[in-house]
Design a protein. Sequence first.
Length: 249
Amino acid sequence: MTRFFFCLTLLVPGAAFAQLVDEYNPPRANCCLQSTAQSLADQLQDWNQLGRYNADNQRLKALPPEPQRVIFLGDSITDGWRLANYFPGKPYVNRGIGGQTTSQMLVRMFPDVIDLKPAALIILAGTNDVARNTGPVTLKMITDNFQAIAELAQAHGIRVIFCSVMPVSDYTPRKQTERRPPADILKLNAWLKEYAARTNAIYADYYAAVVDAQGMLRQGISEDGLHPNPKGYELMAPVAQAAIEKALR
């Protein structure tokens, strides 16, 4: 009898840890699971989102190349930046995609950057790597991606501008430092600054332009502690422009 109850304990998870709840309140399920599954399957076919800018890339390649063209490569911070509003009349091309990590941007280097024959590439990336958007990574894995991006660009005569990863804050209801620890951001920025100096690249220090005394993204320049609002982009724009002018000089 003792052996029977021992086996039963092993078979029933609740015997070791309480699993019952006072109220049944599961996460809300989608009404159409089949269409959701199909949507996920479709997205996985273009995991790196090479199709996002394909049509516009073909349009630009059909035009005479702009001698001062600059590609802004990045994640949602770049994606949400209305470049024409902050750099009127400049041949700056936005190739930001929300949520992306450096591994995804590396795959996009030829269609979204090199094939467009820019004079310079300005890349703002890394915050989503720290947040593990595409899985756990080491610092070396992230820096390897940055190095590969830089070497590809430089091999095709494109000047490279590395932007420091921006700080986040906990001033809004969502605590951004939980997924993006400030210490990890500082480690990545230290590498970017050193690597830029070592490889004749330019370092654009957005971090210094938007950080406060507590090491967080300033209050009032972001609605969620991560993405800049128009006031935030106003602080970033002169940093980017100065770096671009230095790169093209």
